[in-house]
Design a protein around this ligand. Sequence first.
Ligand code: IMP
Ligand code: MG
Length: 188
Amino acid sequence: MRNYSEFLAEVLISEEELQTRIKEMGQQISEDYKDSKNLLLICILRGGVMFLTDLMRQIHIPHAIEFMAVSSYGLGARETTGQIRISHDLNTDIHDRDVILVEDIIDSGHTLSSVLDMLSTRKPKSLEVCTLLDKAERREVSVPVKYVGFTIPNKFVFGYGLDLDDYYRHLPFIGVVDENKYQAESDE
Ligand code: IMP
Ligand code: MG
């Protein structure tokens, strides 16, 4: 496995910028849900994991966490068509609960839109979305997003939970891939 520095085009969001923004988001959520009796954060595996664990440490009101995994039947690993399959469902009943869906990135919006449709049939008391990154210009279906960390340009990014062919999720910053260099190396 190569060192990411060989195909890192630029650091888009530094560790410090991420942590500062996540602290603000946690404070906002703590304020907005201070009267909630049963707040539940649902993380979509696997990209949202790092964001969830940092975000929850900045939420100073009681809350529970849950995980779900979805896979998309798509055009390729980096694009989705909206056809999703739940590969790991929740172990918790969300009926009558205040739910926040925690996502790493919204791109076309298809994944999120399908997950929201599916979760709303379970009649939560409220259902909102909190995403770290938003590639707003790529949106194909509109999805209501209450909390956005950063709106980013249409570039393929990795790190801080987001993978490049399953690796590099551990990096504490968000980097932009130099697609030419990454491709050239992967094809060797
Ligand atoms: P959507 O259904 O097109 O909104 O796809 C969202 C999913 O695509 C995210 O949860 C990511 O897993 C993946 N994705 C989209 N853009 C990127 C990126 O730039 N880097 C890594 N994963 C991405
Ligand atoms: Mg994902």
